[in-house]
Design a protein around this ligand. Structure first.
Ligand code: BYC
Length: 472
Protein backbone atom coordinates (compact mmCIF):
# COMPACT_ATOMS: atom_id res chain seq x y z
CA UNK A 1 0.00 0.00 0.00
CA UNK A 2 1.28 3.50 -0.91
CA UNK A 3 2.10 6.00 1.81
CA UNK A 4 -0.73 8.48 2.30
CA UNK A 5 0.85 11.92 2.89
CA UNK A 6 -2.47 13.76 2.87
CA UNK A 7 -3.06 12.64 6.47
CA UNK A 8 -1.84 14.38 9.63
CA UNK A 9 0.15 11.21 10.30
CA UNK A 10 1.52 9.85 7.01
CA UNK A 11 1.00 6.09 6.92
CA UNK A 12 0.58 3.01 4.78
CA UNK A 13 -1.63 1.18 7.28
CA UNK A 14 -4.95 2.78 6.29
CA UNK A 15 -5.08 4.65 9.58
CA UNK A 16 -8.10 6.67 8.39
CA UNK A 17 -10.26 3.55 8.55
CA UNK A 18 -9.78 3.24 12.33
CA UNK A 19 -10.95 6.54 13.82
CA UNK A 20 -10.22 5.59 17.43
CA UNK A 21 -6.66 4.58 16.75
CA UNK A 22 -6.15 7.61 14.55
CA UNK A 23 -7.39 9.94 17.31
CA UNK A 24 -5.21 8.25 19.93
CA UNK A 25 -2.11 8.65 17.77
CA UNK A 26 -3.06 12.23 16.88
CA UNK A 27 -3.15 12.83 20.63
CA UNK A 28 0.31 11.38 21.06
CA UNK A 29 1.71 13.39 18.13
CA UNK A 30 1.92 16.81 19.91
CA UNK A 31 3.64 15.14 22.86
CA UNK A 32 6.17 13.67 20.47
CA UNK A 33 6.71 17.14 18.95
CA UNK A 34 7.20 18.64 22.42
CA UNK A 35 9.72 15.92 23.21
CA UNK A 36 11.54 16.65 19.92
CA UNK A 37 11.63 20.36 20.79
CA UNK A 38 12.99 19.73 24.31
CA UNK A 39 15.20 16.67 23.78
CA UNK A 40 15.94 16.55 20.02
CA UNK A 41 18.76 18.38 18.19
CA UNK A 42 19.25 21.62 20.10
CA UNK A 43 18.47 24.98 18.53
CA UNK A 44 17.76 23.65 15.04
CA UNK A 45 14.07 24.32 14.46
CA UNK A 46 14.69 26.93 11.78
CA UNK A 47 17.31 25.03 9.78
CA UNK A 48 16.50 23.73 6.30
CA UNK A 49 18.10 20.30 6.13
CA UNK A 50 18.61 18.21 2.99
CA UNK A 51 16.85 15.07 4.22
CA UNK A 52 15.51 11.89 2.73
CA UNK A 53 11.91 10.99 3.43
CA UNK A 54 10.17 7.72 2.63
CA UNK A 55 7.56 8.08 -0.12
CA UNK A 56 6.68 4.42 -0.37
CA UNK A 57 7.67 1.26 1.44
CA UNK A 58 8.84 -0.41 -1.78
CA UNK A 59 12.55 -1.02 -2.32
CA UNK A 60 13.07 1.96 -4.64
CA UNK A 61 10.54 4.40 -3.27
CA UNK A 62 11.63 5.16 0.23
CA UNK A 63 14.35 7.72 -0.40
CA UNK A 64 13.13 11.11 -1.59
CA UNK A 65 15.51 14.04 -0.96
CA UNK A 66 14.67 17.67 -0.30
CA UNK A 67 15.05 20.54 2.17
CA UNK A 68 12.93 20.11 5.31
CA UNK A 69 12.71 21.93 8.62
CA UNK A 70 13.10 19.12 11.13
CA UNK A 71 10.03 19.95 13.23
CA UNK A 72 8.05 19.60 9.95
CA UNK A 73 9.57 16.20 9.11
CA UNK A 74 6.71 13.85 8.16
CA UNK A 75 7.20 11.19 10.81
CA UNK A 76 4.75 8.45 10.09
CA UNK A 77 3.86 4.79 10.18
CA UNK A 78 5.38 2.66 7.44
CA UNK A 79 5.28 -1.11 7.42
CA UNK A 80 6.93 -3.31 4.79
CA UNK A 81 4.45 -5.12 2.52
CA UNK A 82 2.40 -8.03 3.85
CA UNK A 83 2.90 -11.58 2.65
CA UNK A 84 -0.56 -13.14 3.13
CA UNK A 85 0.97 -16.63 3.17
CA UNK A 86 3.65 -15.95 5.75
CA UNK A 87 4.05 -18.69 8.35
CA UNK A 88 6.02 -18.81 11.60
CA UNK A 89 9.43 -20.27 10.82
CA UNK A 90 10.47 -21.73 14.19
CA UNK A 91 9.58 -22.87 17.67
CA UNK A 92 6.41 -24.57 18.93
CA UNK A 93 4.25 -22.66 16.46
CA UNK A 94 6.41 -23.48 13.44
CA UNK A 95 4.37 -23.74 10.23
CA UNK A 96 1.30 -21.95 11.62
CA UNK A 97 0.13 -18.72 9.93
CA UNK A 98 1.84 -15.58 11.28
CA UNK A 99 -0.35 -13.74 13.82
CA UNK A 100 -2.12 -10.59 12.68
CA UNK A 101 -3.27 -9.96 16.27
CA UNK A 102 -1.39 -10.48 19.54
CA UNK A 103 -2.05 -13.95 21.02
CA UNK A 104 -3.35 -13.36 24.58
CA UNK A 105 -0.68 -15.49 26.26
CA UNK A 106 2.12 -13.57 24.51
CA UNK A 107 0.83 -10.12 25.28
CA UNK A 108 3.20 -9.11 28.06
CA UNK A 109 6.24 -10.71 26.39
CA UNK A 110 5.64 -8.94 23.11
CA UNK A 111 4.85 -5.67 24.80
CA UNK A 112 8.09 -5.83 26.73
CA UNK A 113 10.18 -6.48 23.62
CA UNK A 114 8.48 -3.68 21.70
CA UNK A 115 8.96 -1.28 24.61
CA UNK A 116 12.66 -2.21 24.92
CA UNK A 117 13.17 -1.68 21.20
CA UNK A 118 11.14 1.55 21.23
CA UNK A 119 13.05 2.92 24.21
CA UNK A 120 16.39 2.88 22.39
CA UNK A 121 15.20 5.09 19.53
CA UNK A 122 14.44 8.35 21.38
CA UNK A 123 17.34 7.55 23.73
CA UNK A 124 19.83 7.83 20.87
CA UNK A 125 18.33 11.17 19.77
CA UNK A 126 18.75 12.45 23.33
CA UNK A 127 22.35 11.24 23.42
CA UNK A 128 23.10 13.11 20.20
CA UNK A 129 21.27 16.30 21.10
CA UNK A 130 24.30 18.60 21.19
CA UNK A 131 26.42 17.17 18.39
CA UNK A 132 25.20 19.73 15.85
CA UNK A 133 27.08 22.45 17.73
CA UNK A 134 30.45 20.84 16.91
CA UNK A 135 29.84 19.21 13.51
CA UNK A 136 33.00 18.85 11.42
CA UNK A 137 31.14 19.82 8.20
CA UNK A 138 27.71 20.48 6.71
CA UNK A 139 27.79 16.96 5.28
CA UNK A 140 28.22 15.47 8.76
CA UNK A 141 25.69 17.84 10.27
CA UNK A 142 23.11 16.71 7.78
CA UNK A 143 23.89 13.07 8.50
CA UNK A 144 23.37 13.34 12.24
CA UNK A 145 20.05 15.14 11.63
CA UNK A 146 18.98 12.45 9.16
CA UNK A 147 19.74 9.77 11.71
CA UNK A 148 17.89 11.67 14.45
CA UNK A 149 14.78 12.03 12.28
CA UNK A 150 14.82 8.36 11.39
CA UNK A 151 15.28 7.26 15.00
CA UNK A 152 12.26 9.45 15.72
CA UNK A 153 10.36 7.52 13.08
CA UNK A 154 11.47 4.22 14.56
CA UNK A 155 9.93 5.39 17.79
CA UNK A 156 6.73 6.06 15.84
CA UNK A 157 6.89 2.51 14.47
CA UNK A 158 6.92 0.99 17.98
CA UNK A 159 4.34 3.47 19.30
CA UNK A 160 1.99 2.51 16.50
CA UNK A 161 2.25 -1.16 17.53
CA UNK A 162 1.65 -0.30 21.20
CA UNK A 163 -1.40 1.82 20.39
CA UNK A 164 -2.86 -0.48 17.76
CA UNK A 165 -2.43 -3.83 19.50
CA UNK A 166 -1.97 -3.35 23.26
CA UNK A 167 -4.93 -1.22 24.33
CA UNK A 168 -4.60 0.91 27.41
CA UNK A 169 -1.33 -0.69 28.58
CA UNK A 170 0.15 0.09 25.21
CA UNK A 171 -0.93 3.73 25.37
CA UNK A 172 0.64 4.06 28.81
CA UNK A 173 3.87 2.53 27.60
CA UNK A 174 3.88 4.97 24.66
CA UNK A 175 3.69 7.86 27.14
CA UNK A 176 6.55 6.39 29.17
CA UNK A 177 8.73 6.24 26.06
CA UNK A 178 8.76 10.05 26.14
CA UNK A 179 9.20 10.27 29.92
CA UNK A 180 12.31 8.15 30.43
CA UNK A 181 15.44 10.02 29.31
CA UNK A 182 18.99 8.99 28.52
CA UNK A 183 21.16 9.30 31.63
CA UNK A 184 18.27 10.51 33.83
CA UNK A 185 19.08 9.24 37.36
CA UNK A 186 15.38 8.85 38.23
CA UNK A 187 13.95 7.67 34.92
CA UNK A 188 16.81 6.28 32.83
CA UNK A 189 16.49 4.50 29.50
CA UNK A 190 16.11 0.71 29.79
CA UNK A 191 19.42 -0.57 28.34
CA UNK A 192 22.87 0.43 29.57
CA UNK A 193 24.46 1.76 26.37
CA UNK A 194 21.62 4.21 25.93
CA UNK A 195 22.43 6.00 29.16
CA UNK A 196 26.03 6.70 28.12
CA UNK A 197 26.92 10.11 26.74
CA UNK A 198 27.71 10.79 23.07
CA UNK A 199 29.64 14.01 23.68
CA UNK A 200 31.87 14.12 20.60
CA UNK A 201 31.99 12.98 17.00
CA UNK A 202 34.42 10.11 17.49
CA UNK A 203 31.94 8.69 20.02
CA UNK A 204 29.11 9.35 17.57
CA UNK A 205 30.78 7.47 14.71
CA UNK A 206 31.70 4.59 17.03
CA UNK A 207 28.12 4.54 18.34
CA UNK A 208 26.61 4.43 14.86
CA UNK A 209 29.08 1.73 13.85
CA UNK A 210 28.77 -0.52 16.91
CA UNK A 211 25.51 0.32 18.66
CA UNK A 212 23.37 0.88 15.59
CA UNK A 213 24.70 -2.48 14.43
CA UNK A 214 23.19 -4.06 17.55
CA UNK A 215 20.01 -2.42 16.25
CA UNK A 216 20.48 -4.22 12.94
CA UNK A 217 20.77 -7.63 14.62
CA UNK A 218 17.96 -7.08 17.11
CA UNK A 219 15.65 -5.74 14.40
CA UNK A 220 16.54 -8.65 12.13
CA UNK A 221 15.61 -11.10 14.92
CA UNK A 222 12.36 -9.25 15.57
CA UNK A 223 11.70 -9.21 11.81
CA UNK A 224 11.42 -13.01 12.22
CA UNK A 225 8.65 -12.55 14.78
CA UNK A 226 5.46 -14.53 14.42
CA UNK A 227 3.62 -11.29 15.22
CA UNK A 228 3.39 -10.05 11.65
CA UNK A 229 2.92 -6.28 12.27
CA UNK A 230 6.14 -6.29 14.34
CA UNK A 231 7.95 -8.21 11.64
CA UNK A 232 6.79 -5.79 8.94
CA UNK A 233 7.72 -2.73 11.04
CA UNK A 234 11.22 -4.06 11.62
CA UNK A 235 11.72 -4.92 7.98
CA UNK A 236 11.12 -1.32 7.02
CA UNK A 237 13.28 0.02 9.87
CA UNK A 238 16.18 -2.15 8.71
CA UNK A 239 16.30 -0.29 5.39
CA UNK A 240 16.89 3.00 7.25
CA UNK A 241 19.38 1.44 9.67
CA UNK A 242 21.84 0.68 6.86
CA UNK A 243 22.60 4.39 6.35
CA UNK A 244 23.26 4.88 10.07
CA UNK A 245 25.92 2.16 10.06
CA UNK A 246 27.40 3.62 6.87
CA UNK A 247 27.77 6.97 8.64
CA UNK A 248 29.64 5.23 11.46
CA UNK A 249 31.89 3.13 9.29
CA UNK A 250 32.81 5.94 6.90
CA UNK A 251 33.13 8.45 9.75
CA UNK A 252 35.70 6.36 11.61
CA UNK A 253 37.45 5.65 8.32
CA UNK A 254 37.69 9.38 7.48
CA UNK A 255 39.15 10.12 10.92
CA UNK A 256 41.75 7.39 10.42
CA UNK A 257 42.49 8.69 6.92
CA UNK A 258 43.28 12.14 8.27
CA UNK A 259 45.33 10.71 11.14
CA UNK A 260 47.56 8.65 8.88
CA UNK A 261 48.01 11.58 6.48
CA UNK A 262 49.36 13.67 9.34
CA UNK A 263 51.45 10.77 10.68
CA UNK A 264 53.15 10.45 7.33
CA UNK A 265 53.53 14.16 6.77
CA UNK A 266 55.13 14.76 10.17
CA UNK A 267 56.76 11.35 10.63
CA UNK A 268 55.25 10.85 14.07
CA UNK A 269 52.65 8.73 15.89
CA UNK A 270 51.73 11.66 18.04
CA UNK A 271 49.36 13.60 15.86
CA UNK A 272 47.80 15.39 18.79
CA UNK A 273 50.35 18.15 18.27
CA UNK A 274 48.76 18.60 14.81
CA UNK A 275 45.16 18.63 15.97
CA UNK A 276 44.16 15.09 15.01
CA UNK A 277 43.25 11.90 16.87
CA UNK A 278 46.07 9.39 17.40
CA UNK A 279 45.45 5.73 16.53
CA UNK A 280 45.92 4.63 20.15
CA UNK A 281 43.02 6.84 21.21
CA UNK A 282 40.86 5.55 18.36
CA UNK A 283 41.57 2.00 19.61
CA UNK A 284 40.45 2.96 23.13
CA UNK A 285 37.16 4.41 21.87
CA UNK A 286 36.67 1.28 19.79
CA UNK A 287 37.25 -0.89 22.89
CA UNK A 288 34.67 1.09 24.82
CA UNK A 289 31.89 1.15 22.22
CA UNK A 290 32.32 -2.48 21.19
CA UNK A 291 32.18 -3.76 24.77
CA UNK A 292 29.21 -1.59 25.73
CA UNK A 293 27.36 -2.74 22.60
CA UNK A 294 28.09 -6.42 23.34
CA UNK A 295 26.19 -6.00 26.60
CA UNK A 296 23.07 -5.15 24.59
CA UNK A 297 22.70 -8.79 23.56
CA UNK A 298 21.88 -9.88 27.13
CA UNK A 299 23.10 -12.91 29.09
CA UNK A 300 25.06 -15.65 27.30
CA UNK A 301 22.68 -18.29 28.64
CA UNK A 302 19.18 -16.85 28.78
CA UNK A 303 15.88 -18.54 29.46
CA UNK A 304 14.17 -15.37 28.24
CA UNK A 305 15.78 -15.85 24.84
CA UNK A 306 14.80 -19.55 24.81
CA UNK A 307 11.20 -18.67 25.61
CA UNK A 308 11.01 -15.93 22.96
CA UNK A 309 12.18 -18.43 20.37
CA UNK A 310 10.00 -21.34 21.45
CA UNK A 311 6.95 -19.10 21.52
CA UNK A 312 7.76 -17.66 18.09
CA UNK A 313 8.16 -14.02 19.09
CA UNK A 314 11.88 -13.51 18.31
CA UNK A 315 13.92 -15.63 15.90
CA UNK A 316 17.56 -15.94 14.93
CA UNK A 317 19.39 -13.72 12.45
CA UNK A 318 18.15 -14.75 8.97
CA UNK A 319 16.21 -17.64 10.54
CA UNK A 320 14.75 -18.97 7.31
CA UNK A 321 18.19 -19.31 5.70
CA UNK A 322 19.52 -21.54 8.49
CA UNK A 323 19.45 -25.27 7.75
CA UNK A 324 18.27 -27.12 10.85
CA UNK A 325 14.96 -28.14 12.44
CA UNK A 326 14.14 -24.58 13.69
CA UNK A 327 12.94 -26.08 16.97
CA UNK A 328 16.32 -26.71 18.62
CA UNK A 329 15.15 -28.95 21.45
CA UNK A 330 17.83 -31.52 22.25
CA UNK A 331 20.55 -29.59 20.37
CA UNK A 332 23.57 -27.98 21.98
CA UNK A 333 25.62 -24.90 21.28
CA UNK A 334 29.08 -24.00 22.57
CA UNK A 335 29.53 -20.72 24.38
CA UNK A 336 32.30 -19.11 26.40
CA UNK A 337 31.37 -18.54 30.00
CA UNK A 338 33.02 -18.19 33.41
CA UNK A 339 33.75 -20.92 35.97
CA UNK A 340 35.91 -20.41 39.08
CA UNK A 341 37.11 -17.08 37.71
CA UNK A 342 38.29 -18.60 34.42
CA UNK A 343 36.91 -18.34 30.88
CA UNK A 344 35.79 -21.78 29.76
CA UNK A 345 34.00 -23.18 26.72
CA UNK A 346 30.84 -25.11 27.54
CA UNK A 347 28.10 -26.74 25.51
CA UNK A 348 24.68 -25.50 26.63
CA UNK A 349 21.19 -26.17 25.26
CA UNK A 350 21.01 -24.34 21.93
CA UNK A 351 17.76 -22.68 22.96
CA UNK A 352 19.32 -20.91 25.91
CA UNK A 353 22.35 -19.82 23.85
CA UNK A 354 20.39 -17.70 21.38
CA UNK A 355 21.60 -14.34 22.71
CA UNK A 356 25.19 -15.53 22.39
CA UNK A 357 24.59 -16.89 18.93
CA UNK A 358 23.23 -13.53 17.81
CA UNK A 359 26.23 -11.87 19.46
CA UNK A 360 28.50 -14.17 17.38
CA UNK A 361 26.80 -13.00 14.18
CA UNK A 362 27.26 -9.42 15.35
CA UNK A 363 30.96 -9.80 16.21
CA UNK A 364 31.65 -11.29 12.80
CA UNK A 365 29.90 -8.37 11.13
CA UNK A 366 31.78 -5.82 13.27
CA UNK A 367 35.12 -7.23 12.18
CA UNK A 368 34.40 -6.33 8.53
CA UNK A 369 34.69 -2.60 9.17
CA UNK A 370 38.04 -3.13 10.87
CA UNK A 371 39.38 -4.74 7.69
CA UNK A 372 38.57 -1.53 5.81
CA UNK A 373 39.95 0.73 8.53
CA UNK A 374 43.16 -1.29 8.76
CA UNK A 375 43.56 -1.14 5.00
CA UNK A 376 43.67 2.67 5.20
CA UNK A 377 46.44 2.38 7.80
CA UNK A 378 48.34 -0.28 5.85
CA UNK A 379 48.02 1.67 2.58
CA UNK A 380 49.74 4.56 4.31
CA UNK A 381 52.62 2.19 5.13
CA UNK A 382 52.03 2.39 8.88
CA UNK A 383 52.56 -0.65 11.10
CA UNK A 384 49.49 -0.49 13.34
CA UNK A 385 46.42 -2.66 13.45
CA UNK A 386 43.11 -1.83 15.09
CA UNK A 387 41.62 -4.88 16.83
CA UNK A 388 38.28 -5.82 18.32
CA UNK A 389 38.85 -6.51 22.01
CA UNK A 390 37.99 -9.93 23.43
CA UNK A 391 34.28 -10.34 24.06
CA UNK A 392 34.87 -10.71 27.80
CA UNK A 393 36.58 -7.31 28.01
CA UNK A 394 34.83 -4.58 30.04
CA UNK A 395 31.47 -6.30 30.32
CA UNK A 396 28.63 -5.28 32.65
CA UNK A 397 26.02 -7.85 31.59
CA UNK A 398 26.44 -11.62 31.51
CA UNK A 399 28.96 -14.09 32.92
CA UNK A 400 32.01 -11.94 32.13
CA UNK A 401 30.77 -9.07 34.27
CA UNK A 402 32.13 -10.97 37.31
CA UNK A 403 35.75 -10.91 36.13
CA UNK A 404 38.28 -8.48 34.71
CA UNK A 405 39.64 -9.36 31.26
CA UNK A 406 42.25 -7.57 29.14
CA UNK A 407 41.50 -6.68 25.50
CA UNK A 408 43.49 -9.74 24.38
CA UNK A 409 41.37 -12.04 26.54
CA UNK A 410 43.52 -12.68 29.63
CA UNK A 411 41.80 -12.75 33.00
CA UNK A 412 43.51 -10.12 35.17
CA UNK A 413 43.31 -9.20 38.85
CA UNK A 414 41.45 -6.12 40.00
CA UNK A 415 44.82 -4.47 40.72
CA UNK A 416 46.02 -5.22 37.17
CA UNK A 417 42.79 -3.93 35.77
CA UNK A 418 43.10 -0.69 37.70
CA UNK A 419 46.73 -0.30 36.67
CA UNK A 420 45.93 -0.79 32.97
CA UNK A 421 42.42 0.49 32.39
CA UNK A 422 43.76 3.87 31.27
CA UNK A 423 45.63 2.10 28.44
CA UNK A 424 42.55 0.22 27.33
CA UNK A 425 39.67 2.64 27.71
CA UNK A 426 39.39 6.37 27.06
CA UNK A 427 40.53 8.37 30.10
CA UNK A 428 39.01 11.68 31.18
CA UNK A 429 42.05 13.30 29.60
CA UNK A 430 41.52 11.49 26.27
CA UNK A 431 37.88 12.52 26.25
CA UNK A 432 38.76 16.10 27.10
CA UNK A 433 41.30 16.14 24.25
CA UNK A 434 38.86 14.74 21.70
CA UNK A 435 36.18 17.20 22.80
CA UNK A 436 38.70 20.06 22.62
CA UNK A 437 39.23 19.36 18.91
CA UNK A 438 35.56 19.80 18.26
CA UNK A 439 35.12 23.46 18.98
CA UNK A 440 32.75 25.39 16.80
CA UNK A 441 30.88 23.64 14.01
CA UNK A 442 32.41 23.94 10.54
CA UNK A 443 29.55 25.36 8.48
CA UNK A 444 31.15 26.62 5.30
CA UNK A 445 30.08 24.38 2.37
CA UNK A 446 32.90 22.07 1.28
CA UNK A 447 35.06 22.73 4.37
CA UNK A 448 36.00 20.04 6.91
CA UNK A 449 37.49 20.13 10.39
CA UNK A 450 41.21 19.41 10.52
CA UNK A 451 40.82 16.02 12.25
CA UNK A 452 38.67 14.33 9.59
CA UNK A 453 39.05 13.72 5.83
CA UNK A 454 36.23 14.64 3.42
CA UNK A 455 33.93 11.79 2.29
CA UNK A 456 34.55 10.15 -1.06
CA UNK A 457 30.99 10.84 -2.25
CA UNK A 458 28.29 13.29 -1.20
CA UNK A 459 24.75 12.37 -0.15
CA UNK A 460 22.48 11.55 -3.09
CA UNK A 461 25.51 12.14 -5.37
CA UNK A 462 25.70 15.80 -4.42
CA UNK A 463 29.14 17.46 -4.62
CA UNK A 464 31.28 17.88 -1.50
CA UNK A 465 30.58 21.63 -1.35
CA UNK A 466 26.80 21.16 -1.45
CA UNK A 467 24.86 23.26 1.03
CA UNK A 468 23.40 20.35 3.04
CA UNK A 469 22.06 22.63 5.77
CA UNK A 470 20.79 26.21 5.46
CA UNK A 471 20.72 28.05 8.75
CA UNK A 472 18.36 30.90 7.93
N1 BYC B 1 21.06 -3.40 30.03
O1 BYC B 1 17.86 -13.03 29.95
P1 BYC B 1 18.56 -11.76 29.60
C1 BYC B 1 18.74 -0.17 18.50
C2 BYC B 1 18.31 -7.49 31.62
S1 BYC B 1 19.53 -1.21 19.57
C3 BYC B 1 20.20 -3.50 31.06
O2 BYC B 1 19.79 -11.89 28.83
P2 BYC B 1 17.01 -10.95 27.45
C4 BYC B 1 19.32 1.15 18.30
C5 BYC B 1 17.12 -8.09 30.92
O3 BYC B 1 16.16 -7.08 30.60
C6 BYC B 1 18.51 -2.66 19.69
N2 BYC B 1 19.53 -4.65 31.37
O4 BYC B 1 17.57 -10.80 28.87
C7 BYC B 1 20.68 1.34 18.20
C8 BYC B 1 16.61 -9.09 31.92
O5 BYC B 1 15.83 -8.43 32.90
P3 BYC B 1 14.81 -9.27 33.82
C9 BYC B 1 17.46 -2.57 20.76
C10 BYC B 1 19.75 -5.73 30.61
O6 BYC B 1 15.64 -10.40 27.55
C11 BYC B 1 21.19 2.60 18.02
C12 BYC B 1 17.87 -9.57 32.60
O7 BYC B 1 18.87 -8.57 32.36
N3 BYC B 1 16.52 -3.67 20.66
O8 BYC B 1 17.75 -0.52 17.97
O9 BYC B 1 17.20 -12.30 26.87
C13 BYC B 1 20.35 3.70 17.91
C14 BYC B 1 18.26 -10.94 32.14
O10 BYC B 1 18.89 -10.87 30.87
C15 BYC B 1 20.63 -5.70 29.51
C16 BYC B 1 16.49 -4.73 21.50
O11 BYC B 1 17.24 -4.81 22.44
C17 BYC B 1 21.30 -4.46 29.24
N4 BYC B 1 22.17 -4.35 28.21
O12 BYC B 1 17.97 -10.05 26.55
C18 BYC B 1 18.99 3.52 18.02
C19 BYC B 1 15.50 -5.80 21.17
N5 BYC B 1 20.66 -6.93 28.95
O13 BYC B 1 13.96 -10.10 32.89
C20 BYC B 1 18.46 2.26 18.19
C21 BYC B 1 14.54 -6.10 22.27
C22 BYC B 1 19.84 -7.70 29.67
O14 BYC B 1 15.64 -10.12 34.70
N6 BYC B 1 15.18 -6.60 23.49
N7 BYC B 1 19.27 -6.99 30.65
O15 BYC B 1 14.06 -8.17 34.52
C23 BYC B 1 15.58 -7.88 23.69
O16 BYC B 1 15.49 -8.71 22.82
C24 BYC B 1 16.10 -8.29 25.03
O17 BYC B 1 15.41 -7.54 25.98
C25 BYC B 1 17.61 -8.10 25.23
C26 BYC B 1 18.01 -8.71 26.59
C27 BYC B 1 18.37 -8.79 24.09
C28 BYC B 1 18.02 -6.63 25.29
Amino acid sequence: MAIDYSQLIPNNVDLASDRRLQRALENWQPRFRDWWKDMGPDGTSNFDVYLRTAISAEANGWAHFGYVKMPDYRWGIFLAGQDPNRTIAYGDNKGKPAWQEVPGELRSTLRRLIVTQGDTEPASVEQQRLLGKTAPSLYDLRNVFQINCEEGRHLWAMVYLLHAYFGRDGREEAEMLLERHSGDPDKPRILGAFNEKTPDWLSFFMFTYFTDRDGKYQLASLAESGFDPLSRSCRFMLIEEAHHMFVGESGVQRIIQRTVELMKEHKTDDVRAFGAIDLATIQKYLNFHFSVSLDLFGQEASTNAANYYTMGVKGRYLETRIEDDHVLTGTWFEIDTVEDGRIVRRAVPALSALNERLRNDYVEDCSKGLLKWNKVIADAGIAFELKLPHRAFNRRIGAFSEIHVSPDGKVVSEADWNANASKWLPTDEDRAYVISLMGKAVIEPGKFANWIAPPQLGINRQPANFEYVRFN
